[in-house]
Design a protein around this ligand. Structure first.
Ligand SMILES: NC(=O)c1ccc[n+]([C@@H]2O[C@H](COP(=O)([O-])OP(=O)(O)OC[C@H]3O[C@@H](n4cnc5c(N)ncnc54)[C@H](O)[C@@H]3O)[C@@H](O)[C@H]2O)c1
Length: 380
């Protein structure tokens, strides 16, 4: 998050866990199944609001000196981030995250992923008795979650055939659009992008749905993507959309709103000074490349809608799966991202801090209130 005095990279994982402001996790579980090659970390940051919810990342950490330590550190950071995200999404869930260490390709393709490994992982999730609810993340897919779910009832992100909700990008895009409408209302006095120029960087699963909302709302849309087929798909649906060659050209293209919908780190020391947009609101995770960027944006008069707030449609969707998925119920909850984003801007103004800091404060308040009231229904 934004207001910590240590970065986790400065510290060993045990110091991070027990002594730093990025620690304080309730539980960290190291899991091993030698037969399948499973090595995994399940980090539960908080169950103050309810069972910890967050996806399973499958990653090799191959470039790190100590891949296992890097994996634990990643799990700690990601789990903490989920506490904040779930709190502001209005979910009765705390934050957790799991990491499986290894190449996520299938065994047949030279990787580690196998049915045996996913089932072994599912048994570790089961062993927590519902304190941790899992879902997809980078390197894991709906089909994987269908396998993990065979071992426990606390797996979401499953296929519709497997009792789940499937692809979460529809509601993620819807939520980002709500955040953008709130940004427009705050800055320009009305909750619409009509007549505004919006640049979307990355028109993959989320980005292309976002373009649909924007076109329908009457925005002028400019897009870019490194995959020509992604660009072609959007232009075939919306010939009026303009495509530019790369992100560098996009952010200089006289935008009102910039929507990073590709990779993290989109807002950095190179891009922030070049922004033409007055609003940044997009789906990508971890848009702020380093602490301090949120202040640079505020100093330049750019309104930043915090990424983890506006891209919460996906986690709202998977949380709904636990109750038997109902698209309309999940959509109604994702629509509240509009109010939450507005509340963050108001808090930021009142406290004289950037919206990213205000978002963290609001999340911390909700978690602290639940801790005091002891309202969590997480299994203990
Ligand atoms: N899918 C979800 O429900 C969801 C939920 C929350 C957050 N997110 C985040 O939103 C972002 C997009 O997710 P997605 O599911 O649409 O992923 P995706 O892989 O389907 O789409 C990303 C797109 O960005 C493009 N891209 C990559 N590098 C680029 C670059 N340098 N310039 C331009 N385009 C580039 C890719 O070609 C791809 O089309 C990710 O950061 C993801 O973590 C997604």
């Amino acid at each position: 998050m934004t207001d910590v005095s240590h970065t986790a990279d400065d510290l060993g994982v045990l110091s991070t866990l027990f002594r730093s402001e990025q620690g304080g996790h309730e539980q960290v579980v190291l899991c091993q199944d030698r037969e399948s090659g499973l090595k995994a970390v399940i980090a539960i940051h908080s169950t103050a609001l309810g069972p910890a919810l967050g996806g399973t990342r499958f990653h090799a950490y191959a470039s790190e000196d100590n891949p296992e330590e890097a994996a634990v550190r990643d799990a700690l950071n990601l789990a903490r981030g989920m506490s904040y995200k779930n709190a502001l999404a209005g979910l009765d869930h705390g934050g957790g995250k799991a990491v499986i260490i290894g190449d996520p390709a299938a065994v047949a393709d030279g990787g580690l992923k196998s049915e045996q490994l996913l089932l072994a992982y599912g048994r570790f999730v089961a062993s927590l008795g519902g304190r941790y609810v899992t879902a997809c993340d980078v390197g894991t897919y709906v089909a994987d979650m269908d396998v993990v779910a065979r071992e426990n009832p606390w797996t979401t992100g499953r296929s519709p055939e497997g009792g789940g909700a499937g692809d979460s990008s529809v509601l993620t895009a819807f939520g980002v659009f709500q955040g953008m409408r709130a940004s427009a209302a705050h800055l320009w006095g009305g909750p619409t992008l009509k007549g505004r120029t919006v640049g979307v960087a990355g028109v993959g699963k989320v980005g292309h749905h976002l373009v649909d909302h924007l076109v329908e709302d009457g925005a002028h849309v400019v897009i870019t993507d490194v995959r020509p087929e992604g660009v072609d798909r959007v232009l075939a649906r919306h010939p009026q959309v303009k495509a530019v060659v790369d992100v560098e050209e996009l952010i200089r293209a006289g935008l009102d709103v910039y929507a990073p919908c590709a990779l993290g780190g989109a807002l950095n020391d190179d891009t922030v000074p070049a922004l033409t947009a007055k609003v940044v609101c997009g789906a990508a995770n971890n848009q702020l490349a380093h602490p301090g960027v949120e202040k640079d944006l505020a100093d330049r008069g750019v309104l930043y809608a915090p990424d983890y707030v506006v891209n919460a449609g996906g986690v709202i969707q998977v949380a709904d799966e636990l109750h038997g998925f109902d698209f309309d119920r999940a959509k109604a909850k994702a629509a509240k991202i509009y109010d939450t984003t507005l509340a963050i801007f108001e808090r930021a103004q009142a406290d004289g801090v950037p919206p990213a800091v205000a978002a963290d404060r609001l999340a911390e308040q909700r978690i602290a209130r639940a801790r005091t009231a002891g309202t969590s229904d997480a299994p203990r």
